[in-house]
Ligand binder design. Sequence first.
Ligand SMILES: Nc1ncnc2c1ncn2[C@@H]1O[C@H](COP(=O)(O)OP(=O)(O)OP(=O)(O)O)[C@@H](O)[C@H]1O
Length: 618
Amino acid sequence: MPQNPPQPPQSFRERLGALRNLPPFLKLVWETSPGIASAQVGMRLVRALLPVAALYVGAQIIDEVVRLTNVAPPGNSPGAWFASGLVDRLVLLLAIEFALAVASDLLGRGISLLDSLLSERLSTTTSVRLMEHAATLDLEDFEDSEFQDRLERARTQAAGRTGLTSQLFGQAQDIVTIASFAAGLIAYAPWLMALLAVALIPAFLGEIYFNAQSYWLNFNRAPERRELDYVRQVAASAETAKEVKIFGLHAFLVARYRELATSFFRANRKIAVRRASWGSVLTAISTIAYYFAYAYIVWRTLHGDFTIGTLTFLSGSFLRLRGLLEQFLVGFSTVAGQAMYLDDLFSFFEIKPEIASPANPRPFPVPIAEGFTFEDVGFRYPGAERWAVRNLSLRLRAGEVLALVGENGAGKTTLVKLLARLYDPDEGRILLDGHDLREYDLFELRRNIGVIFQDFVRFHLSAADNIAVGLIEARDDMARIERAARQSLADEVVAKLPEGYKQLIGRRFKTGVDLSGGEWQKIAIARAYMRDAQVLILDEPTAALDARAEFEVFQRFKELTTSKTAVLISHRFSSVRMADRIAVLGDGRIEAVGTHEELMQQGGRYKELFELQAAGYR
Ligand SMILES: Nc1ncnc2c1ncn2[C@@H]1O[C@H](COP(=O)(O)OP(=O)(O)OP(=O)(O)O)[C@@H](O)[C@H]1O
């Protein structure tokens, strides 16, 4: 179980450096929806100026009221006041104040509406990009646990980082509001402004520090979080329920989950408590500064330097500014913190696949003239010490059916993966019609090869779609799907389903019907017939078929692939015999190649394995 020691938090500069992710993030936001984004900016800009306007008008109202208390009243009723014309200015000011309040409210609602719309669109855009990018990456990447951590973190970003847009726009809005308040304050008492700024710095630094701590905690915990999700999934999923029950794994899984979750909780609690205690101390500093400034303004007012209205305006400005600056600085450090999380997302997008098409690919041969040649091929799985295959030389002639046999781990599947360029060889090369596979377009190559692996995917889709995944473009071509099903014997499976081809298979969804292992395999093999690939490969997807069914499947396979190049992998020699030639693999090498008769004559591993199996049937 991975237990990484927590890494030390990065330096302050590095933390701020994460802000470099903001321009690409804003670009992403803009590309998601230029309309909503510009409407947001416009509305926020207007709303940003409303508080200072409202406060200023409020101060005017107070001064006007003070002035009116000093004039002789024109009468006792409001009517008399109106008629005198004395309150005209006051009424106008009140009307403006009212209009400002209504506008601010309406804009606020509009902004939060746009916020939520934008967040949702952004979450979709990010997830789509994530999926699109993941699709371009190498299989090797997916098998790497560090990559999986990164993917997991990027995935969390796609879902969790949507609040960042409103945060960022809100920050911009706050800056405008702060500038407007500051302008007023500087006009009357410039050094108060400076005092305010200085008093807030400690709180700001504290926030940044704790944000970075939280980030690193999450960063270092990605492997455990993945494990946590995995444990939860294993403990409660349809796929695992059977074994969890039989082996009584429940208590073990719950204990493991609890252990991991508790360690998360402890670490988070530690940071949260420290953050809260330091936060209160640092905020107290700015509160002291505020009251100091307040006392100063009151004193100047008593001296007659400021009117009551100005006192209200200044103290109001100061109060609002303190709140705003604090909010801005906390917001800024939140943004800086979130920007670090964006690192995961953007650095995921920066991963480049190693297996790619060349700039000027060679046209793919139609039909394949000579076939494939493995020249002294060696391949090691990433991180593995052992060579999965080495010094492997083999010819796969165009139009032949070649069977691969060998014991578990001999390298059969690896050979097939290399042929489909899911991996590239570390040594030697693979030629197609005399040219390196790497010279051809990757997409063309894969389109021309149909492989069904032993661990094919059981999609929780309809029976028709499960077959159509072999050539997803032909998803609506029922005639083609039915033909493929007949060829792979899957038609009998489908005939038994209550809703035929439309039947959802797999247990994941309510209306799904599960199939037996062999029935699934027949469905999967139909995928190979869906595509008009020049090369067809069945990598043991027949292991769960009964002997008669496998025989029949292979017989058909041979008949249907007369003009195609085909590779069969099976542990059943009765099926293997049907191939034109048989290659025997042992320890990642080709030990012998020939027809069944030739290999039997040669003796060696083939004869040994064949007789072992034959003896079992006697
Ligand atoms: N993804 C992987 N990462 C690391 N090692 C792997 C991986 N896949 C296979 N191997 C190793 O490579 C070797 C060859 O495996 P391969 O799957 O090609 O054997 P195989 O002949 O198809 O076996 P089987 O009959 O069991 O399907 C084995 O030693 C195996 O442990």
